[in-house]
Design a protein. Structure first.
Length: 551
């Protein structure tokens, strides 16, 4: 782990305008800077950077935070990875705890092997012949660090010559043990493809045989650093393009990714010999709102595309599916020079929802009433995974596929209710108090005697988050950076509280007057008490606010 003192030292030396300015074109706007948000599509800038508060916030999508948070979101890194990237960029030294020594050893093992495999590739005629026969340029092979794993004994000798303990190499999947307990290299006589995680750290390899081995492709085994359900091949190289284009192409193999990048589709990635998993989806949607699934047209490819489309449509992802038929795949099309055709195909995918409905319905014989009912039931089950609005929109499409009356398509929720929930209420007086408390936290304790959470009707959750010290809360960041919310002086704060308490007491007065559940004697007492409080407030005296339930 990175020591906290190192992290604090880094934070103190960062300037958010410099950090964000390396990624976005910032324009001065009053005391702040503005830009088009890189995390969602927009034409009018709503992304604000505050140099005085050292935070950023987007008023369009709600994302916000400090320099580290920005790099995490933009580069798709975790917290330690973002810290390391910033430290490297600004030449700031970090101090690590003892726990990280094992990680440094793992890194050394994988990097030594990768360098060794690349040197072996350079001198192995058969390996180079295979790669170049697939249409891959030498420059592309270098870019993706394509290598060649020779015999087991050569790889083991390399590890030993570098002073690497084979048990440690076993932990990262570089070697394995046979039944007698003897070590052997996991990758032998294979083209190697180094696999990096989101942060650009080498975590393992993929290997393609160039002999007659029955396992055409193998990957590093599951380990603490290698989890293929959370890794995407080529993501570390595609990350920048994905962010700029707001689109990612997901294909099935290493060669597809390499050839697509060579042809200019630098936003392509691939799963590692497995279907897209639920762990992949957040990674994809964090980087882009538009996802293109580009799979083979065999039954395995179609089933994998259906599974991926089901998960992505449930998350509201844009994009769609491209199925390659005739035994072709993206790599083949690039090799044949059909790049223009590929562009057209990727620009017009079949929508996820349409694809899923068509696959579901195609499994049944609609001329058979019983099968038609099964198709109806399975389609409704999938329909229920969509948002209420999309359920309403796709009722007609589904009814036409099933050839039934649209009235028979029942949705789970009303889209009208959804729209109601989207309406955001605001109380500017409450927001003004919260912003002032954020700027002057020392005033909170002195005011709490008069202003409790009951005063905050619209923004109670934000006020409670403030009291809990949740300063990274996106709603608090938005309040802090908004220019239209005023930050009050201490005198202005007192006047604002007086006005707010008068309003709240008058509202309470009106409620009690019409409340038939309060007897006459108690109602009279309450009305006198509230009126007295209002008079004190009007004279400039702060009195504690008592909620309706406590008076």
């Amino acid at each position: 782990m990175i020591e906290q003192s190192s992290i604090e030292n880094l934070k103190n030396r960062l300037d958010i305008v410099d950090v964000v300015g390396e990624y976005l074109e910032l324009k001065k706007s009053g005391a702040n800077f503005k830009a088009n948000c890189p995390f969602h599509g927009e034409k009018t800038p709503s992304f604000v950077v505050s140099p005085s508060k050292q935070i950023f916030h987007c008023f369009g999508c709600g994302i916000g935070g400090d320099s580290i948070k920005f790099v995490m979101e933009y580069e798709k890194l975790n917290y330690p990875e973002a810290i390391e990237k910033l430290a490297q960029r600004y030449n700031i030294s970090l101090v690590y705890t003892e726990v990280d020594k094992s990680k440094q050893k793992q890194k050394k093992i994988l990097e030594e092997l990768n360098y060794f495999y690349r040197r072996c590739f350079d001198r192995d005629f058969k390996a180079k012949e295979y790669i170049f026969s697939r249409g891959i340029y030498e420059s592309t092979a270098e870019k993706f660090e394509i290598g060649f794993a020779p015999s087991s004994s050569e790889s083991l000798n390399l590890l030993k010559s570098k002073g690497i303990n084979l048990n440690e190499a076993l932990e990262v999947g570089a070697v394995a043990k046979d039944e007698s307990g003897r070590f052997y290299a996991r990758f032998t006589n294979r083209i190697t493809f180094p696999i990096y995680n989101q942060g650009g750290k080498l975590v393992g390899f993929g290997g393609r045989t160039i002999s007659n081995h029955p396992a055409k492709y193998i990957n590093s085994p599951q380990s603490k650093i290698f989890d293929k359900s959370r890794l995407l091949y080529g993501y570390h190289k595609a990350r920048s393009s994905i962010s700029k284009m707001n689109e990612v192409i997901v294909c099935e193999g290493y060669l597809d990714v390499i050839m697509l990048h060579q042809a200019g589709f630098t936003n392509a990635v691939a799963t590692l010999g497995t279907a897209l998993t639920s762990s992949h989806v957040p990674m994809l949607l964090k980087g882009a709102s538009r996802v293109i699934i580009a799979y083979d047209g065999d039954s395995a490819g179609i089933n994998a595309a259906f599974k991926a489309s089901s998960m992505l449509s449930a998350k509201g992802a844009k994009g769609g599916v491209v199925i390659f038929g005739g035994g072709m795949d993206p790599a083949d099309m690039v090799k044949e020079g059909r790049v223009k055709e590929l562009k057209e195909i990727f620009s017009n995918p079949k929508g996820f929802i349409e694809f899923c409905f068509e696959i579901i319905v195609s499994k049944f014989n609609l001329n058979d009433p019983l099968q038609k009912e099964d198709a109806y039931k399975e389609s409704l089950k999938y329909l229920g995974t969509l948002s209420p609005l999309l359920q309403e929109e796709y009722k007609g499409y589904l009814s036409s596929l099933l050839k039934i009356d649209e009235k028979l398509i029942k949705t789970s929720k009303s889209s009208r209710d959804t729209q109601k929930r989207l309406v955001k209420r605001e109380d500017i007086s409450e927001l003004t108090l919260i912003k002032t408390f954020l700027a002057h936290p020392n005033l909170v304790d002195t005011i709490l005697d008069s202003v409790g959470e009951d005063v905050f009707v619209v923004h109670r959750q934000e006020f409670l988050a403030l009291l809990r010290g949740e300063l990274e809360n996106p709603y608090l960041i938005e309040i802090e950076i908004r220019d239209d919310i005023k930050e009050l002086s201490e005198d202005e704060l007192k006047n604002q509280i007086l006005k707010l308490l008068i309003i709240k007491n008058r509202q309470k007065l009106s409620q009690i007057k019409v409340d038939r559940n309060i007897d006459f004697e108690k109602k009279s007492f309450l009305l006198r008490r509230i009126n007295e409080n209002i008079k004190k407030l009007q004279r400039g005296e702060l009195v504690s606010y008592e909620s309706f339930s406590t008076v």
